[in-house]
Design a binder for this molecule. Structure first.
Ligand code: GLN
Ligand code: ZN
Length: 754
């Protein structure tokens, strides 16, 4: 007997219905009843859809108004004091958004990335004397709601250890000590679910794919020993990676079932089978919950067969992780090339694949036709001329270390750049984008819809650039930018101009709360048919004697923010992207642009869950950056930008990238984040952000002088740049003007002080 199940389903709806309902609720346009009505309808629609694929269990509790980690915190009664004690939906949104319905500001809970996905969760906050109490009936209500429709529920709970691991402590204590107080609430939840007639509960413990301190490993045994005494069966779900050396203790945990991710870590099947007892159930995550490719069903079948040869217990089949990370339904993509479309599977199609897999085992002849279609699609993709570009292959073969090496080392380049650019000490610059006004957005949208001609569009953008350049000149900035008005998004803009990319009409994926992204799909060999940014930068440079900085997105960031090919290593795709960006860099140089910034905002987030695999990633990520940036003369200055902070553990690789200048985010942390660079004796130039662009506050000259002085205590004055934390596209001109004027004042002050 084989059962099929799902770990979680996207919540926002195929037309982002929940997004729009939430935003209307926040604007006061609909009331809570209406919001709940829409949510209920969506949940039920998604349950029906999952049931129609023949799932034996339907996940429940995966629905959320904002975030499942926040839901868990609220259920456990963990609401930081500043939000008051009520547990209603408005408190919930206050925690998430930092605003009450009447517009009063609160300090929102921190938000951060969910493992290595692009989904963001709200960080739980726990105190040393934290108390826990079951404080929400959401999970029980939704379970009854699902049962009323006649389906078999499998409630999904974020596990106690993962929840605690993700929490931040407000003072210095060992948060693991809280587990004893926390467990009774989990016990109560499981008991209540049992009372409702629930047989299986899925408890997610994705931290089991991370490196864990031994105290945390040991805690698993104790925690699940206590939880297993409850009258439900526990399916312990792990995903996003391999159990690795944890496999033996995880397999022995006293739970009724275990789910493992065989897409990210197919090799772990063997070690799990070595340790797994036949009386338990084993759930194989065979369908990729993180990507949009059709599954190779025949390969999946071989895996199942291999498992069945060694494992005599009950097998379940599932996606590798929750389907939260993929769009809902491919059928809405009516404009896609039909061949490419036949290679894809979104959430709904993935569930159908599960159904076929089960059928293929139980009634092979009945599944033959579906398996054939699947095999044909796999073959069509493998052999397609759409994905193979001989010119790209030829260029890839020519990649060698010399292409990743600037002509001379940094000290030599620096001399040449100084001679060419003639910049003052503490040079001032920005990160690239300037405010995206409604007029700019309208011009872009009108052009896209064919409402204005290309000539008019170009004229409009050139006016925007001119305005931006004049503003920067009058602010007295030293290195100017064109302002990025033509860009909707820093990845999409390039993807749209590169070959090998595809864009969906409706492929939305939740990023956080009501926010969605529509990641591009890299389906084939990547190449650059023609220059992408040169015209804008060249025009901008023609307007001014100040140096103009060209602005590109780096290969690693484009890769990390797209759905990527799974038929070749990520590194191969990264190198192809690097070759395309390299051509753009070289063209910008030829067009007379003396400084080129290659943004790698998502460099850090590509790090694999296990530290033992970090170096492998960092090696090729650094090489991809060097490949795209090393084709220029010594006198051309390469910048990179990373808008985050934690550099401690990757500083060697950052230095290896060998950008002449790196700008980073530091203003919020009061320059503490610079420490990694200081300790490392980072040799190249560095611009620690002094202006927090995420806040509506205008920084004063004094604030920024203080930050720069702090940085200057350890970093030589001739190494320091003066710039904001990140791009300014979400800000208003009025604030930007004052803030940047204060920033250039701060630089002037420091110059006069030397
Ligand atoms: N150049 C981009 C901008 O200024 C960088 C954005 C980012 O790092 N997220 O908008
Ligand atoms: Zn940034």
């Amino acid at each position: 007997m084989i059962k099929i199940h799902n770990l979680g389903f996207p919540r926002l709806g195929e037309h982002r219905e929940l997004k729009f309902a939430l935003e209307r609720y926040w604007r006061g346009e609909i009331d809570q009843d209406e919001l709940e009505r829409i949510a209920t309808e969506l949940r039920q629609r998604h349950w029906r859809l999952q049931a129609s694929s023949g799932l034996d269990f339907i996940p429940v509790g995966d629905f959320s108004y904002y975030d499942q980690v926040l839901d868990t915190s609220v259920m456990l009664g963990v609401i930081p004091e500043r939000f008051g004690s009520s547990t209603g939906v408005d408190t919930y949104f206050r925690m998430a958004r930092g605003q009450s319905t009447d517009g009063q500001p609160y300090r929102a809970c921190e938000m951060t990335k969910w493992f290595d996905t692009n989904y963001h969760y709200l960080v739980p906050e726990v105190t040393a004397d934290q108390q826990f109490a079951l404080s929400s009936t959401k999970l029980f209500d939704e379970t009854s709601e699902l049962q009323a429709l006649g389906y078999q529920p499998k409630p999904v709970l974020l596990g106690p250890l993962t929840w605690l691991w993700l929490a931040k402590t407000t003072s210095d204590f060992n948060k693991l000590d809280l587990v004893d107080r926390l467990l009774p609430v989990y016990g109560e939840i499981l008991r209540r679910l049992a009372d409702q007639g629930v047989e299986w509960v899925q408890i997610d413990e994705p931290i089991l794919v991370l490196d864990l301190p031994s105290a945390w490993k040991n805690a698993f045994e104790a925690v699940y020993n206590r939880l297993q005494s409850s009258p439900v069966k526990i399916l312990l779900a792990t995903y996003f990676g391999e159990l690795g050396e944890h496999a033996s203790f995880v397999c022995r945990l006293p739970v009724a079932g275990l789910h493992i991710d065989l897409v990210r870590a197919p090799e772990q099947l063997a070690s799990v089978l070595d340790n797994f007892a036949n009386h338990k159930i084993l759930s194989l995550g065979l369908i990729d919950g993180r990507n949009i490719w059709r599954t190779n069903l025949n390969a999946a079948l071989s895996t199942i067969t291999a498992a069945r040869e060694r494992f005599k217990g009950e097998l379940w089949l599932a996606p590798s992780c929750s389907l939260l990370h993929v769009p809902i339904d491919l059928e809405h993509e009516t404009a896609l090339n039909p061949t490419i479309k036949s290679w894809l599977a979104f959430a709904r199609q993935k569930l159908t694949e599960l159904e076929v897999l089960r059928l293929a085992i139980e009634e092979p002849t009945a599944a033959a036709q579906d398996l054939l279609v699947s095999a044909n699609a796999i073959r069509s993709r493998r052999e397609s001329t759409l994905i193979h570009n001989p010119a790209v292959q030829a260029a890839m073969e020519k990649i060698n270390d010399s292409l990743m090496q600037r002509q001379n080392s940094f000290p030599v380049r620096r001399g040449q750049q100084q001679a060419r650019l003639n910049l003052p000490r503490y040079p001032t610059t920005t990160i690239g984008s300037f405010p995206q006004t409604p007029e700019i957005r309208k011009a872009r949208a009108d052009f896209k819809r064919g409402l204005i001609s290309e000539i008019d569009y170009i004229k409009h953008m050139e006016q925007t650039i001119e305005f931006c350049v004049r503003e920067q000149e009058s602010l007295g900035l030293d290195v100017l930018v064109h302002g990025e008005g033509e860009r909707n998004d820093m990845v999409e803009y390039f993807g749209e101009q590169l070959d090998g990319f595809l864009f969906t009409a409706n492929g939305w994926v939740q990023s956080y709360g009501s926010r969605c992204v529509k990641p591009p799909i890299i389906y084939g060999d990547v190449s650059r048919p023609k220059p992408m940014t040169v015209r804008w930068s060249q025009y901008a440079q023609s307007l001014t004697d100040k140096p103009m900085k060209g602005m590109l997105t780096g290969p690693v960031t484009i890769l990390n923010w797209s759905f990527v090919r799974d038929d070749q290593p990520r590194s191969t795709t990264a190198y192809q992207l690097a070759l395309a960006i390299r051509e753009e860099v070289n063209d910008l140089e030829r067009a007379g642009i003396p400084i080129i910034q290659i943004d790698e905002a998502a460099f850090r987030e590509g790090l694999p869950p296990r530290q033992s695999r970090w170096q492998g990633y960092l090696d090729w990520a650094v090489r991809a950056f060097r490949l795209c940036s090393s084709g220029v003369q010594d006198s051309t200055q390469i910048h990179t930008h990373m808008c985050y902070s934690e550099f401690n553990d990757i500083i060697t690789s950052i230095a290896d990238m060998d950008a002449d200048v790196i700008t980073i985010e530091t203003s919020r942390s009061n320059m503490e984040l610079l420490e990694a660079f200081i300790d490392f004796n980072y040799p190249n130039e560095i611009g620690p952000g002094v202006y927090d662009i995420h806040s509506p506050n205008v920084p004063t000259t004094g604030d920024m002088i203080a930050l720069l002085k702090k940085a200057g205590e350890h970093i030589a004055p001739d190494q320091l740049w003066v710039n904001p934390d990140c791009g300014l596209k979400t800000r208003q001109w009025q604030d930007v003007r004052t803030s940047l004027a204060n920033m250039t004042e701060a630089a002037k002050f420091l110059r006069s002080a030397i």
